[in-house]
Each structure stands twice: as C-alpha cells, then as structure tokens.
Ligand binder design. Sequence first.
Ligand SMILES: *Cc1c(COP(=O)(O)O)cnc(C)c1O
Ligand SMILES: [Zn+2]
Length: 428
Amino acid sequence: MTSGWQLVCVQCGTSWPALSLRYRCDCGGTLDVQHDFAKAREHLTLDALDQRRASSDFLDRSGVWRFRELILPLEDPTLRQVAVPRGEGNTHLYECPGLAREVGLQQLFLKHEGENPTASFKDRGMAVGIAVARHLGLERVACASTGNTSASMASYAALAGLKAYVFVPKGKIAAGKLSQAIAYGAQTLQIQGDFDEAMTLVEEVCNQVGIYLLNSVNPFRIEGQKAIAFELLQDLQWRVPDWVVLPGGNLGNNTAIAKGFIELMALGLIDRLPRIAVVQASGANPLHTAFHSRKELVPIRAETIASAIKIGNPVSWRKSLRGLHATQGTVTEVTDAEILDAKALVDAAGIGAEPASCATVAGLRRLVREAIIHPKDLVCGVLTGHVLKDTGVIVDYHQGQLKGIPTGKANPPQVVESSLEALLAKLN
Ligand SMILES: *Cc1c(COP(=O)(O)O)cnc(C)c1O
Ligand SMILES: [Zn+2]
C-alpha cells in the first residue's frame, strides 16, 4: 500500500489512515485526502498528462484516472483491478460567444459535465468512490440523492458488481434521474421527507450495517471531482482562467475544484489560482448567508425548482468556505426565474443543461452586473448536468405552466392541421 498520504480532519486536524472505512473524524468533522506531493511530482508533468490524453490505455483515457497520482495513488496493478473502465470526464469545453455577449463578457467557456457517462459530473467522484469500495472489499454501497448521485452510483455499482441502495426524497427528484437509478438496478427507497432528511438517515444506516456511503461526505468523491479542475486547465492548454463559476448544493463540487487548483499550484504546475464563484438558488442559499455574514452555516429548509441544488444543510460547507477563501472566491444567489431564463439561453444555444447547471450562467450574469467579474476576465462556467435529466421543467416553462415564472423566452410547440397550406401559413 502507498504510504505518505492520509485523511485529515477539516475541523481538528487529526489524521487517519488513507484507506480506512470512515467518513468523519471522531470529533464529527469531515475528512480530506492529503496527498504526498513529492511522490505525485515524480509522474505528474504537463507533458506526461498531455501524452496520456492521446493514449489508448483505459486509465490514461479516463478524465479522472489520467490524473491518478493526485487522486487515488494506488500502485498500478491494484488500481487497474478496482477501477471501472468507463472513460468518465473528457467533456467538451464550449466556447460561447453568444452567451458571453448575453452575460456581458468578452469570452466565455462552458465545460459541460452533463457529457459524462450517466450525464452529470457525479460520475467523476463515483469512479473513485466505487474503486475505493472495491479496494476495501465492500460489496454494498448507498447514497442519499437529489437524483444525479443515485443515477451515477447505480450505474457504477452495477458495472462493478456491487449492490446499490438509493435514498431519494419522494416526489422531489426529476423523472430522468429516478428512472436511471431504477433502470440500473439499485434498490430505490423513496423517503417521505426532503434531501436533508434522507442524507441524515443514509449516514446512520451505513454506519450501522457497514454499507459504504458514497455521498460527497465521502472524501474520495471529492478527489474524483477535482479532475474537473485538472481537465478544464488541460482543455485551455494550461492557461489559468480568472474565474470558475459553478452551482452549489451539498457543496462537494466547489470544494473539489478549489482543492484541485490549490494542489496543482502546490505541485508547481500552475502559478496562480482561479477565483471560484459558487451560485446558489435564493431558496437554498445557506452558504451565501454564511459567506457574507462571516458566520457558521445555519441550515434552512430549501425550496427551488433546481432540484439538484435544493439542499438546506450542506455537508461540505466548512471545506467549501476554506476553498472559497483560499481562491479569493465569492458566493452569489439567483432566483428560480433567473435560473430558468438562463436555462432558456443555454438550451437555445444548442448546448442545453438541467436547471441547476444553468444557475451558473444566471449567477455569472449577476456577478458581471455587480462588477465582481469584469468583462475582460477569462471565465469558465461548469454545466453540471444534461438537458434530458429534467424534461418536465422544459415542457412546463415553454408552455407557460410554471407559477410565478416569466416565460419571455418560451418556444412552445404548436398544433397544426394536417395540410400543406396550414403548415406553410404557420412558418415564421
Ligand atoms: C450534485 C449537483 C449539483 C450540486 O453539486 P454539490 O457538489 O452538491 O454542490 C449541481 N448540479 C447538478 C446537476 C448536480 O447533479
Ligand atoms: Zn476532528
């Protein structure tokens, strides 16, 4: 086993063996993977990473395992035996001149994490979480989910031959995501409560019966999601953007991306850090409140149409604030109306993404308007999930069926009589 890397408590600093079956310190604090940088430095050069991208080996081709020395530093034959050959990551970085103009920027890139195998960024963290589950010899995995974590876990567990248990808030996740969990064969338990209640319960269940917990409280999920930061820089030929903007729910992803940048800087592979901007829905904004009041996070009851970020008691808030401070980042909030207006733009640009993802673009527009992001800044937004994850919202928006939401960009389907004249008369 590799030595020199370990888990460290975010709250009290106690360290624990890297590959141990624990998600929290005895003090209750969440844990961080701390790497052996001297060891990682031996293999990770920008040239080596670019060469791996062109290789046909499944570890090199994966947008997660390409960066393995800084993610899960197992020796090669071991890693090869536990990793699912899947090719996660390698998502497209879109240059979006039209959207840039809409939000007031000269240049905007959007990295579309909806282009992962199960159509959200959760696959990056899950690839690593599942590999660790196998390495620890565990046969059962579980998660609470607003939808995408369960879709991803169900799929990776099936491929790895593990039994999967999914806890979702009943009636509160999009049909696309629920169908994935069911289809991939997870036992799906719809809890009569919200995500935050499901999250508390799943952690208790896992601790009680020894099922491996794959929510982002699991430090290895964070390690996999760091690869978004690495790959994004690789897409930009290692040019460091001024800002990286993404939505925040349970706050694992922004924690991960910040950690990734900080580690690349520690390794000397980049010479400055991008600033991270987290966008929350105004009905699910406990980080926004904590960040701007400089106080501890106070849980709230969350409400937003963007179900993937409808979280009132985010598990990674402490790690998240650490990353925001280290990168001189910020937190903003946007209304559901702003999210859906931005979604109409992202979708009509031909890119498309689920509602939570489009909080990125809505938040960007707000930060440019407030002169926090400047028009000349090099900005990269993260689109977190695929447009088909939540088709209900699309149809309702375009047919004007969402209460209190202005539908200025609606493109409703039209009914037309079955004749050539009627059709020609309708074309605009
Ligand atoms: C999980 C998820 C988020 C939120 O990410 P956190 O790590 O929980 O902050 C945002 N968008 C989509 C599509 C997601 O699936
Ligand atoms: Zn501790």
